[in-house]
Every structure is written in C-alpha cells, then in structure tokens.
Ligand binder design. Structure first.
Ligand code: ACO
Length: 181
C-alpha cells in the first residue's frame, strides 16, 4: 500500500478484475452499409391508405388525378394495384385497370400509373412492381382472358420509354394531343 505518483489508469496488458470506468457509445451502422438488407415489399392499396397514393402521385406525376380515379383503384383487384415499400416506407406504386373488350375479343389490362419517388429510382423498384403485376395476371384465374397489357406514355418521357422497352413493350400508334384531354 505504498503511495505512488503513478496514474492508476495507465494502460496495461495485464488482465485485471478491476471494473474500468470507461464509457461507451452505441454505434449504429446505417442500413446502406448492408445492401442485402434493403428490401422491396409490396402492399395493397385500400381506402385506409389511399391518402398515401394521392401524395405519392402528386410528387411523381405532372397530372392531377381526380377522386373518381382514386375510388376506382380501391375497387380494382389488389393483384394489379400495389404499393412498393422500401425499408417500410411507400416509395412507389403501380395502378392498373381491367378493360372489357370493346367488341368481340380478349380483355386488356391498362397500366394507368407506374411511378417511383425520384430519390428511389434506378434501384429496380419499378421493375419489381411491374414483374409482380405481370406474374399476378399470369397466375390468377380472373385474368385468364387478358391478352394484352398496354399504357400511354408522353413521347418526351425517354426514361419510361426505355423502361418499358426493356420489358418488351412495343411502340404502337402516336396519339396527338392525348395528354391535353
Ligand atoms: N434512363 C435510362 N433508362 C432507365 C432510366 C433512366 N433514367 N430509368 C430506368 N431505366 C431503365 C433501365 O434499363 C433500368 O435498368 P438499369 O438500372 O439496370 O439500367 C430499367 O429501366 C429498370 O429501372 P428501375 O430501377 O426498375 O426503374 P425505376 O424504379 O427507376 O422506375 C420509372 C422507372 C417508373 C419510369 C421512374 O423513372 C418514374 O417513376 N418516372 C416518373 C413517372 C413516370 O414517368 N412513369 C412512367 C410513365 S406513366 C405509365 O407508366 C403509365
């Protein structure tokens, strides 16, 4: 028990049973360090969460959709109208409608909107939404008589044209003034 001037908390390699007065901080590793943990989930669009679709569309599309558009979506089979969630947050959606044949012939499925928030693009989210919808249509008996999936896109929307071309969609006719209606 000799008094000493040596500091008592000198680093030492000797094992000791003495509790050390060291503080620690919790270290959180952001999820972007783990790409495999980033996940796209799907979810139904319904009356209760319809507000999210309105907000999403407002920030993605230059077009203002009316109440009838949103009410129809709630009554459309969930197989063709879905949200995309990225780590739990809604970041995109696909909304389609089933169209009866205009005469004799098969039914068609019309993609009304497919969009992803700008900050979440080029991560494969729209591809996943489209693939999921097409799989659902291929496997669900209520769509067995659907033979065509189609959509309209503005001629200057190169991104969307590239996107759909990659999925095998083909350009058909040019409808002048379509978006002025
Ligand atoms: N430039 C060139 N090719 C592109 C681009 C781009 N900006 N974005 C997507 N693509 C092509 C690429 O081939 C891409 O594959 P890669 O990333 O491996 O090169 C492929 O499409 C798949 O891209 P995703 O990551 O799955 O698409 P994303 O989630 O970014 O969504 C979308 C694409 C929906 C077109 C998005 O840009 C968007 O929300 N745009 C605004 C809304 C819109 O224009 N919607 C479509 C028209 S409306 C309608 O669909 C009826």
């Amino acid at each position: 028990n000799q008094p000493t001037n040596q500091p008592t908390n000198q680093p030492t390699n000797q094992p000791t049973n003495q509790p050390r007065n060291r503080s620690c901080l919790p270290v959180c590793v952001p999820s972007f360090c783990f790409p495999s943990r980033r996940q796209v989930d799907f979810g139904n669009i319904n009356e209760a969460n319809l507000g999210q679709l309105r907000k999403l569309n407002l920030s993605i599309f230059p077009v203002l959709y009316n109440d009838k558009f949103y009410q129809n979506i709630v009554h459309t089979p969930a197989a063709v109208t879905q949200y995309a969630y990225w780590n739990g947050f809604v970041v995109g959606a696909i909304c389609c409608r089933l169209e009866p044949p205009s005469g004799p012939g098969p039914k068609k499925l019309y993609i009304m909107t497919l969009g992803v928030l700008a900050a979440y693009r080029r991560r494969g989210i729209a591809s996943k939404l489209l693939k999921k919808m097409l799989e659902n249509v291929g496997s669900d008996a209520q769509f067995s008589d659907v033979e065509e999936v189609y959509l309209h896109v503005q001629t200057n929307n190169d991104t969307a044209i590239d996107f759909y071309t990659r999925f095998g969609f083909e350009k058909k006719e040019l409808l002048k003034g379509y978006y002025k209606r």
